[in-house]
Design a protein around this ligand. Structure first.
Ligand SMILES: *[C@@H]1O[C@H](CO)[C@@H](O)[C@H](O)[C@H]1NC(C)=O
Ligand SMILES: *[C@@H]1O[C@H](CO)[C@@H](O)[C@H](O)[C@H]1NC(C)=O
Length: 865
């Protein structure tokens, strides 16, 4: 007021420069608009200045602003030069973005919204420079944003500048929701573009930065409902000192530390005489509350527990330099490791015993704030609360917008109030008198809030935890990685509660399969792992196997939580599985219906795309969308499967066997298999007793409704060669050898030859018994038939030769008795002459060549096959 009159005086008496500036060099005028906790924003609170000078084609605009709370649209200033062009120059900000208008056009379109982070109760320095082509924003003295201007403009300087209201018409059309609740100072216009250095100097209070076109310090500003005072500039740039908030309840030393920590603050420690004085001052209102009869009031956040008389700050373990112990203190030696603050601001050492209860103070800085979750705010800033001021003798929480949380002694409860509407929205009744509403609590609805019926309860959480942290029920913040990690990281152990991994909405129907991407058919991706081929029964044509089928699918209806990389995958529990749709399938070629499900696990395959909780969510857990994280069911079976064996080329046969699974008919239109990138592995040994396992792969018969795992069993002929071919070849050899036995030993020859036939036949029937009786002729049969044929013909030869040799013997006898009958001799010698060469030819040529020829054809066929 004085200043306004002085200005008036100056104008009237032409007294030279503005008398206000003579309030002392380095002083600036701070205007307070709409400030005060219960002050309802009004549309008649603003600063006005009418320009009247030549137009500008380039200019700079700077000011400093300190917000007390935010409104819907925070109008820093608005300059209008005609009824038609209301946003000639305008600077506004809302939740997270800064908006600047020039000549009716928004010029901050490309401004990164996240870059604009403002806190309450701290001075922000803003400068804007405009040339015809370049527009620059400086924030706190540094370039913050730069853009090209692609329109030509001229700033007619015959309009009205309004600070703190939005003009919808020239010098009017204000709206109480579009105001600024703040202190403003050093508002200046220049008719030139400031150098970056000048902006820096202005921001860091090295210059008074008064504009040559307009300065709120020197120009005659009309004030409406605004209070102003002259302040030393260095006061403004002084780094904001720590505030102390007294917690006027008596607690033990560790509890006091914990309480401040819940606020994301530290237990107060004055680091110099100034702070010591501040703490003393903060304590005065509570001198009769905290230990009324004693001088010792507050815990200090220091201890000399580690090394005697080396006092360290508890939160940082730094050795403190400033001490203010009463002259004779510390006295306790190694027994006294804590320190108290007296009502005069002196320090004394005391034992840290838990039974020792004192008040405490937390050190607050402007950037400290808490978040209130559980309401239905539109913007994150609305959830912010800071610890500032007292109501009913206890600290209160001051919302960034219009809410206040404070203790109400009348109701003996904490209340959430709308500061402007003077209405209590929520009440927290059942809470200890020594506690704060930090952490998770059920509040009672006492007025219309988020559409909740009166008297119902609403769970809210108040904590310092950001969305990068998990909030314990007590309000303690721990990193998300600590949640459900099987260790108790919250003091209240709430981090290991409710560790379910699957969250489904009420509308989830577990009988219905999820839909695939873009409402298409759900795709199941199978993987097969053949673990073991336990038994192959040739006779029954069945194979007993152990195998694992894994089906992978995406269920975008579920949300997943509490996922941590674990060895062996993230496996769901039985209860979790109960909530989910799980694919089912049937086996086509089970033999005798034999299958055993040995093990079944349903797991989550990945930890992708974690989503932080919204700013209104009390539950701060990360969620992982089902659409980014596939589920899979792995089923481990032992089963017996039919396999059609083909014995033609036995024992050189390769059998192709399969495991066939099909989808149930109810999935007809909703689920299908995909056979791309199907992984098939065989974990067992390649060589079985009688077979080699080959080509374990997806069979060609696979399709959208059917999946076929196919593998080949190649018989290992080694043993059969030894037990079948070799003996039969040896028998043939023996039989052949009988052809060389003396002709006289008919018994030996015939019996031997016959025996070989019998033995071979036994062998043959044994081999046949080990094979299923099939109508088709097998290679082995041909082999045996051939050998049997040879053995048989050998016997025949023996028989045939026996007759002729008898003739020869007779002849010999006759010769000996000299009863020579020439005819018979000639006949007999003729017979010998014919038969002996036949035997020779038979045993030396026919048999070997037959054998060689047959073997050539046989083995050629086998190997080419
Ligand atoms: C400034 O302009 C407004 C609107 O044109 C007018 O009502 C007001 O009287 C002017 N103030 C001064 C000091 O000229
Ligand atoms: C709030 O309303 C109550 C009555 O409902 C009144 O007694 C009290 O003074 C009001 N408080 C403020 C700050 O307006």
């Amino acid at each position: 007021m004085i200043c306004r009159y002085s200005t008036l005086l100056v104008l009237l008496t032409f007294h030279g420069p503005n008398i206000c500036s003579s309030e002392g060099p380095g002083r600036v005028r701070v205007f307070s608009l709409q400030r005060g906790l219960w002050t309802v924003p009004r549309e008649d609170v603003y600063l006005r200045y009418n320009f009247s000078r030549d137009p500008l084609v380039q200019f700079s605009l700077c000011y400093r602003i300190r917000f007390e709370r935010f409104t819907e649209l925070n109008t820093h200033l608005s300059y209008t030069n005609s009824y038609a062009n209301v946003d000639t120059v305008g600077v506004y900000h809302d939740e997270e973005s800064l908006m600047v208008w020039l000549d009716g056009q928004g010029v901050t379109a490309a401004l990164d919204e996240d870059a604009w982070k403002v806190h309450l109760e701290e001075w922000n320095h803003l400068c804007f420079t405009f040339t015809q082509t370049i527009f620059t924003i400086y924030w706190q003295g540094d370039e913050f944003f730069r853009a090209r201007l692609d329109f030509s403009w001229v700033l007619a300087m015959n309009g009205t500048l309004i600070v703190g209201q939005e003009q919808d018409t020239l010098a009017g059309g204000f709206d109480a929701t579009q105001v600024v609740v703040a202190d403003v100072t050093q508002m200046s216009f220049w008719d030139r573009v400031l150098e970056p250095r000048e902006v820096r100097d202005a921001a860091s209070c090295r210059t008074l930065a008064r504009g040559n076109v307009f300065s709120s310090d020197t120009s005659t500003v009309e004030e409406f409902g605004v209070s102003s005072e002259w302040v030393n500039l260095d006061q403004i740039c002084k780094s904001p000192s720590t505030r102390y908030v007294i917690m006027p309840e008596e607690r033990s030393f560790p509890d006091s530390i914990n309480l401040c920590r819940l606020f994301n603050l530290t237990l107060a420690v004055p680091f110099g005489p100034e702070e010591n004085a501040l703490l003393t001052e903060a304590l005065q209102p509570f001198r009769d509350v905290c230990a009324p009869s004693k001088d010792w009031k507050l815990w200090l956040g220091i201890t000399d527990k580690e090394v005697e008389d080396v006092w360290r700050e508890v939160s940082t373990s730094q050795i403190i330099e400033y001490r203010n112990f009463v002259s004779s203190y510390p006295i306790g030696g190694i027994l006294y490791n804590c320190a108290l603050f007296t009502v005069e601001g002196l320090w004394q050492d005391v034992p840290c015993k838990v039974t020792n209860r004192k008040c405490s103070a937390c050190a607050v800085r402007n950037e400290n704030f808490l978040r209130l979750r559980g309401l239905c705010y539109d913007s994150e800033y609305q959830t912010y609360f800071r610890l500032d001021g007292y109501i009913h003798g206890r600290p209160m929480f001051y919302g960034y917008y219009d809410m206040v949380i404070h203790f109400n002694a009348d109701d003996d409860a904490w209340v959430l109030r709308n500061a402007f509407k003077n209405s209590t929205l929520l009440m927290l009744l059942k809470i200890s008198r020594y506690s704060y509403p930090l952490g998770k609590f059920d509040w009672t609805v006492t007025a219309d809030v988020c559409g909740k019926p009166l008297g119902s309860s609403l769970t809210l959480s108040l904590s310092a935890c950001s969305s990068d942290q998990y909030m314990c029920d007590s309000g303690q913040c721990v990193p998300h990685a600590k949640r459900c990690n099987l260790y108790h990281d919250c003091h209240d152990k709430s981090d290991e509660l409710d560790c379910f991994k699957v969250k489904v909405g009420d509308e989830y129907q577990r009988e219905l399969p999820p839909t695939g991407p873009d409402n298409s058919i759900l795709e199941l991706k199978p993987n097969f792992k053949l673990v073991r081929i336990a038994n192959v029964e040739d006779i029954n044509m069945v194979v007993t196997l152990e195998f694992q089928i894994t089906l992978t699918w995406i269920d975008d209806r579920v949300s997943l939580k509490h996922l941590h990389t674990q060895k062996g995958g993230i496996i769901l529990t039985r209860e979790e599985i109960q909530k989910l749709w799980v694919p089912r399938y049937q086996f086509m070629n089970l033999a005798r219906g034999e299958k055993n499900l040995l093990e079944e696990t349903i797991s989550i395959n990945s930890i992708n795309n974690p989503q932080k909780s919204g700013f209104n969510d009390v539950d701060t857990d990360l969620t992982y969308p089902g659409s980014n994280n596939s589920l899979s069911i792995a089923q481990y079976y032992a089963g017996t499967f039919m396999c059609v064996f083909k014995y033609f080329s036995y024992p050189f046969d390769i059998q192709t066997c399969t495991i066939e699974i099909i989808l149930p008919t109810k999935y007809e239109d909703s689920v299908k298999f995909v056979d791309e990138n199907v992984k098939v592995t065989y974990a067992g040994s390649q060589d079985l007793a009688l077979y080699t396992v080959q080509q374990v792969q997806i069979g060609e018969a696979s399709g959208p409704r059917k999946m076929v795992l196919q593998y080949k069993l190649r018989r290992r002929p080694g043993v059969i060669m030894m037990t079948t071919f070799l003996p039969s070849a040896l028998l043939l050899l023996v039989s052949w050898a009988t052809l060389f036995i003396k002709l006289e030993a008919l018994n030996v020859r015939a019996v031997m030859a016959l025996t070989t036939l019998l033995v071979l036949y036994t062998l043959f029937s044994n081999v046949s018994k080990s094979l299923p009786t099939t109508a088709e002729i097998k290679l082995i049969d041909i082999w045996f038939f051939f050998i049997i044929f040879l053995l048989f013909s050998n016997i025949m030869v023996h028989v045939f030769i026996r007759e002729t040799t008898t003739t020869v013997q007779c002849l010999k006898t006759l010769t000996k008795v000299r009863q020579i009958q020439v005819q018979s001799v000639s006949l007999g010698s003729n017979k010998v002459a014919v038969l002996f060469p036949f035997l020779n030819i038979y045993r030396m040529f026919i048999i070997p060549s037959l054998v060689i020829l047959f073997n050539l054809v046989f083995w050629l066929y086998v190997f080419v096959l």
